[in-house]
Design a protein around this ligand. Structure first.
Ligand code: ADP
Length: 319
């Protein structure tokens, strides 16, 4: 294989740039040409493709977002769109493609692979909701952003003796809420994977108050429901002043942590090795600190499982 392509797709995540850098440099190290496809699958269909060199990925390892830009492309979901994409790849002589993104992006990679075009996926999403890998690129950074916000909010919550509900990202996956709740010392954590016990939330707040606690923090993953609604219900049930913070898009950007840069560099390098070894339709991941790879079909049929032991531990630690 002498020419490969790389694109980022779906939601951006901090560390994607470090992965792009690793792919480009590793490929060039092995005398393989690399083409950057701008704007995800939509850019691929439109032929928005540029040759990259060692310098084109300089000074990006520390930047959030993705220098290749990303998009959501409806056109690519159709057979015609996918054929246009393959035509563009053939036009540029690109023989294999690395896709950085979440499960939607992997569906696209699966379709191209089924049509005979080799693709390798790299998990990049802040949600940490991809099976076959302990961590996705961007999760650690998002978690640290959330924790910084939780710590700040805690200062005010303590000073004013308030209860605070903090709504974090996670439509279907509770990892951000769970990890932030455990590391932020939250009284209760609400995740989409577990049925909520509203009375338990209230009991915990009341118990804390009885032993002189000045604040309570409740972390709600957006998939469970609106932080504002929980805030109202909690205030009604406890009679305590309750405030709500919805962290929103601040969780998606920012300078990637060292952990995300290392993860992105390792996964990027491994993805290039896979392509050069003639592999296709695989996703690279990390499990127990070892690089692994999996059939993308399996990744798309399995479900990421939230660590319920950790969830139960968080309950035990916030008695
Ligand atoms: P993420 O990769 O972060 O999960 P999306 O679910 O929005 O993000 O998917 C990103 C893009 O991947 C979509 O806009 C589309 O172009 C492509 N994609 C998603 N699902 C499919 C599918 N079933 N077939 C082909 N392409 C898909």
């Amino acid at each position: 294989m002498k020419k490969i392509g790389i694109l980022t797709s779906g939601g951006d995540a901090p560390g994607m740039n470090a992965a792009i850098r690793a792919v480009v440099r590793k490929a060039i190290y092995h005398n393989v040409e690399v083409f950057g496809i701008m704007n995800g699958y939509q850019g691929l269909i439109e032929g928005n493709i540029e040759r990259m060199d060692v310098g084109s990925v300089g000074d990006i390892i520390q930047r959030g977002g993705t220098v290749l830009l990303t998009s959501r492309s409806e056109e690519f979901k159709s057979d015609e769109g996918q054929q246009k994409a393959i035509d563009q790849l053939n036009k540029f002589g690109i023989e294999g493609l690395i896709v950085i993104g979440g499960d939607g992006s992997f569906r696209g990679a699966q379709k191209l692979t089924e049509k005979g075009y080799p693709c390798i996926g790299i998990p990049g999403t802040i949600d940490n909701d991809i099976p076959g890998t302990d961590f996705t690129i961007g999760f650690d950074t998002a978690l640290n952003t959330v924790i910084e916000a939780v710590d700040r909010i805690r200062d005010t919550a303590t000073s004013h003796e308030r209860t605070t509900v903090i709504e974090v990202m996670g439509r279907d996956a509770g990892d951000i809420a769970l990890w932030a709740g455990l590391s932020g010392g939250a009284e209760s954590i609400l995740i989409p994977e577990e049925k909520e016990d509203f009375q338990d939330i209230i009991d915990r707040i009341n118990r804390g108050k009885e032993r002189g606690k000045k604040h309570s923090i409740i972390i709600v993953a957006e998939g469970v429901g609106s932080g504002f609604e929980y805030g109202e219900r909690i205030q009604e049930a406890t009679g305590l002043e309750t405030r709500v913070s919805v962290l929103g898009y601040i969780q998606r950007g920012g300078t990637p942590t060292a952990a995300d840069r290392v993860l992105a560099s390792r996964l990027g390098g491994y993805a290039v090795e896979m392509l050069l070894d003639g592999k296709a339709g695989r996703m690279v991941g990390i499990q127990s600190n070892r690089l692994t790879d999996h059939d993308i079909n399996d990744i798309l049929t399995e479900k990421h499982i939230v660590d319920l032991k950790m969830y139960n531990l968080s309950k035990e630690l916030s008695i």
